[in-house]
Design a protein around this ligand. Structure first.
Ligand code: F6R
Length: 615
């Protein structure tokens, strides 16, 4: 949600800002803008729409000169998406210019105060209030920009990642963070600022990630100065060497990031268990679990919190943990958990799942559980993200950057990590014999090749997509381990193709959704051999007798469902608890192709943001 970029150094800032904003497009946005200092003036261009619209506007409207600048993609919160509400925003004097990611919750009371003091406002945004508050502090306290930002931020309530510079002191950019991510790329005599490292990775792989309530002054030719916003204490920059490379954040010949990421799953799953799953030694090694084994083994229960696709991975994990490790599990939407006064004790283990590691509701759920004494474990993809830092221990998924807004490889790698944890706990608890454990480990090792095989159905799925691309509704059914997969399939379809879709446990169909079935209704049924197969076959028969169209995902070689369904997509056979890793693949491809055929923006679906940093 919202992306920020900034540059100060010796290169032309504009191309770095525009390219950087393009790299951040995946975060979701509805308008964009840049401000550049050309040596004398600030030149600002902003517009509703895409970064390419901004580029066209900037090229005709402003001078693109300058080695200092900031840029922004805005996902509207306060004020509709339009040119005026877009960032950057000037202060009233025109000297300060700011970009902001987050929400200033008490902006109305600050605005009232500033109005009394003669300030005027052009936009409806909380950000314009903030930049004028900084200006007011600068004037009344007679302090430099850095100090003014600090004093102002101590008066605001909310979340922010900001970058601001002053026309009168154009050798520095002041940045600050609370609740929204902010990275500083440290080059040789130059600095980059961004919501994540993707805008600057081709220039430097040295980066400092600001902690919450930290601010920094990046000044030309100087070291970065970090300080705590609350008490002015000096903080020391921890410069990390990033492993990210440019290839990982480019499309690599695929038409969309989503398709690339679907095809990356064999590699991503392998990377997730590489070094952790040691089948030949009969071992699973995971530092975060090994060091906290007693906490898991003595837990009364595991609570899983997450949102969206990550919540679906949590549901799969519930089946795995209870089935294999016999540990009670509750799975909660983070947004509900945080506000419902849940009963949590120090005997609970909370697992927070998040691709981005920045989801505001999941972060808040973690903080609540920690306050109540629970041990909190994170499953994140983005290294160094807020959730990864906030949790007591954790395991990264190692999926690599996921740029398509619709989660694909994040889902399967989250399931892989959670399966490893469940298997390890099952073994430690004595729920598994050595041979059963070994059977699981060796089967898990075959999954990347089996996902590869599942991907071979792509052409067939494209043909099926063509038949159903104009549907208005779709039903997804699965049972047991594949019920969460049905939910995930439905979510994928609705978010990128805007077709209404529902996921249901197959047996629940007759308690309501069966009323929807007629010859117009495509029903996607996951009917793999293991796990309630005969029951699902009966459900298929019920759909067929009401003339619903059946697209079945079946185990290789299946004959019974093939004789009933309109279309059949095969996946290789595996253990029941590992089937979600395979059955998900055709559902991802189906929604992808339908969305492409409907002309939708697959990688940046309307209204959606990749990391949801506001509640
Ligand atoms: C769906 C999707 C979202 C995210 C959700 C949580 O494809 O991407 O539903 O899964 O916003 O995000 P993370 O996992 O980053 O916490």
């Amino acid at each position: 949600m919202c992306g920020i970029v900034g540059y100060i150094g010796y290169r032309d800032a504009y191309p770095i800002l525009i390219k950087g904003l393009q790299r951040l497009e995946y975060r979701g946005y509805d308008s964009a803008g840049v401000a550049l200092f050309d040596g004398t003036n600030i030149n600002l261009a902003k517009t509703k729409g895409k970064v390419e619209d901004l580029n066209k506007k900037a090229e005709t409207d402003i001078s693109l000169k300058g080695t200092l600048g900031i840029g922004h993609t805005r996902w509207a919160t306060h004020g509709v998406p339009n040119d005026i509400n877009s960032h950057p925003h000037y202060s009233n004097s025109g000297n300060l210019v700011i970009i902001h990611n987050g929400i200033i919750e008490n902006y109305e009371s600050i605005k009232k105060e500033l109005l009394k003091r003669g300030y005027t406002f052009h936009s409806e945004t909380d950000t314009e209030v903030l930049v004028n508050l900084i200006e007011e502090v600068q004037k009344t306290e007679d302090v430099k920009l850095g100090k003014a930002v600090q004093i102002a931020l101590n008066q605001v309530v909310g979340a922010y990642a900001i970058a601001v510079f002053d026309l009168k002191k154009p050798d520095e950019i002041v940045v600050a963070k609370l609740g929204s991510p902010l990275a500083i790329g440290v080059g040789d005599k130059e600095f980059f600022i961004a919501s994540d490292a993707s805008p600057f990775i081709e220039f430097t792989n040295n980066a400092v990630y600001l902690e919450d309530e930290e601010m920094a002054i990046v000044r030309l030719g100087k070291e970065i100065k970090l300080r705590k916003i609350k008490d002015d204490a000096i903080a020391y920059p921890n410069i990390l060497e990033l492993q990210l490379n440019l290839e990982e954040i480019e499309k690599g010949g695929y038409e969309h990031f989503m398709l690339k990421e679907i095809y990356e799953q064999p590699r991503a799953i392998l990377d997730t268990y590489r070094g952790r799953l040691l089948a030949d030694q009969g071992l699973i090694r995971m530092a975060g679990i090994d060091q906290n084994l007693e906490k898991f083994l003595n837990a009364n229960r595991i609570i899983i919190v997450a949102c969206g696709t990550s919540w679906h991975a949590g549901l799969v994990a519930e089946y795995i943990f209870e089935d294999l490790a016999r540990i009670p599990v509750e799975v909660e939407y983070a947004s509900e958990f945080r506000y419902r006064n849940p009963v949590i004790t120090d005997k609970d283990v909370l697992i927070a799942i998040s691709q981005s590691g920045e989801t505001a509701d999941t972060l808040a759920a973690i903080k609540l559980a920690k306050e109540k004494g629970a041990f909190v474990f994170g499953v994140c993809n983005v290294v160094g993200s807020s959730i990864a830092r906030e949790t007591d221990a954790g395991a990264y998924t190692h999926a690599g950057p996921e740029i398509g807004v619709a989660s694909t490889k994040a889902f399967t790698t989250q399931i892989t990590v959670l399966t490893l944890i469940a298997l390890k706990l099952a073994k430690e608890k004595g729920e598994f014999s050595s041979s059963k454990f070994h059977e699981f480990l060796t089967e898990l090792e075959t999954i990347p090749a089996k996902v590869e095989k599942a991907l071979e159905s792509n052409t067939l799925i494209e043909i099926i997509a063509d038949v159903y691309k104009d549907s208005e509704n779709c039903l997804y059914l699965g049972r047991g381990y594949n019920f969460p997969v049905a939910l995930e399939g439905a979510l994928k379809l609705k978010e990128i193709s805007y077709i209404h879709a529902e996921g249901y446990p197959a047996a629940e169909m007759k308690h309501g959704p069966i009323a929807l079935i007629d010859e117009q209704m495509p029903v996607i049924v996951i009917a793999t051999k293991k796990g309630h197969y005969e029951k699902v076959v009966s459900n298929i028969q019920e759909i067929k007798s009401r003339k619903g169209k059946i697209i079945a995902v079946v185990t290789e070689g299946d004959k019974q469902v093939r004789s009933l369904a309109d279309h059949v997509v095969e996946v290789p056979e595996t253990l029941e608890s590992l089937t979600p890793l395979l059955t998900t693949i055709p559902l991802q491809l189906l929604s992808y192709h339908i969305a492409v055929m409907r002309g939708c923006n697959v990688d940046q679906p309307r209204n959606l943001a990749k990391s949801v940093t506001v509640e």
